[in-house]
Design a protein around this ligand. Sequence first.
Ligand code: PLP
Length: 453
Amino acid sequence: LTADYRARDAAHHIHAFSDMKALNAEGSRVIVRAEGSWIYDSDGNRILDGMAGLWCVNIGHGRKEIADAIQRQMADLSYYNTFFKTTHPPAIALSETLARLAPPQFNHVFYVGSGSEANDTVIRMVRHYWASLGKPGKSVIIARNNAYHGSTMGGASLGGMKSMHSQGGLPIPGIHHIAQPYWFGEGGDATPEEFGVQAARELEKAIEAIGEENIGAFIAEPIQGAGGVIIPPSTYWPEIARILKDREILLVADEVITGFGRTGNWFGSETFGIAADLMPIAKGLSSGYLPIGGVMVSDKVSDVLIGPGGEFHHGFTYGAHPVAAAAALENLRIIEDEKLVDRVRDDIGPYLQAGWKALGEHPLVGEARMTGLMGALELVPNKPSRQQKFPDTGKVGTIARDFSFKNGLVMRAVRDSLILSPPLTLSHDEADQLLAIAKTTLDDTYAEVKRLG
Ligand code: PLP
């Protein structure tokens, strides 16, 4: 059966972010079923989903409550939109719930279908906001190297992935990138605290060079996810706040990964004390059961968009899709009822973090970091040196990722690091299994690195 699936897949399917030559040589992995923290492949293997899909299945896979909510909504109203002054009950209830759960300045939401669309919407909203205030020149958005904000032209432009830019003639004009607060990889001889301030001051330098009158917003993920779980030093976000204070520049916190409990609070902004003006959300909003995203809009911005801004000529057919909204509502109910955010902050988060930190003792690991349930292991050739890297960047990371999958745990490789972001429902027993597989994976990779010389 697997061979048949693989042949048919290879014949017609171009995969996202996959080396198709390697995929066709090895055959794709066919996932046929998932439940809780586990996925099952077509050979009957059970694999612990250490990435919660793509950082999104916060409540775990296969929850019947969500399937039921979807079915009920399908029967009542399977599709309608919220264009042209219409609305429907799931959009009303979801907006109300989001306004209650989000930081207090957020009382409005604009719906989209994905995180990428949310970030494209941010670009248009920022420009529309400043133009509505008579300052159309404030159109530049400052973003960061190695950030990930999606795959659309706007999202990939805001993102700082060189590999994406080079394939697409990106970024689009008006996007400027500054340093990321990646102490382990780029901190030189500075302490993390010193480096956090240095990295933040790149924003101040960019503002001085470009001119505040030309800048509409600064966008950043509270923790850079796809860039390698770059947890900023404690000094970074306070310094950003100091720089933006009294300046006319909107702050956009991309909460697509860090929202909905991932960092031990409802939003990563709360974990780091970020007072954002706009907040793109997706992924954990519906735990990936159906595609839905949004931009949470602060009172400061909504006062303009709803007032002098007039009609916002922007929207997506599937924006506030009623069935996706119903799935999101049920997902948020589960996160609240099962106290998953508290659980990440006070229980499973600290438990997994302790075991993860212990993996930092392994001879292959230069740093083991984790906030909430979002972590990375930096693999290094010459511990304790953090500045010496493997020569062929990405090779050892990929070897480790493949061992991990073979050993029964999905982790992602970013450069030569391993990334983890399991469901927030992970049990203690599953955390123990996860840590044991991660340890075996490090041993296997270490032996292979030795063998390869
Ligand atoms: N923003 C962040 C921080 C992300 O991590 C992602 C996806 O990984 C996106 C935006 C794009 O979301 P989507 O894949 O739903 O378009």
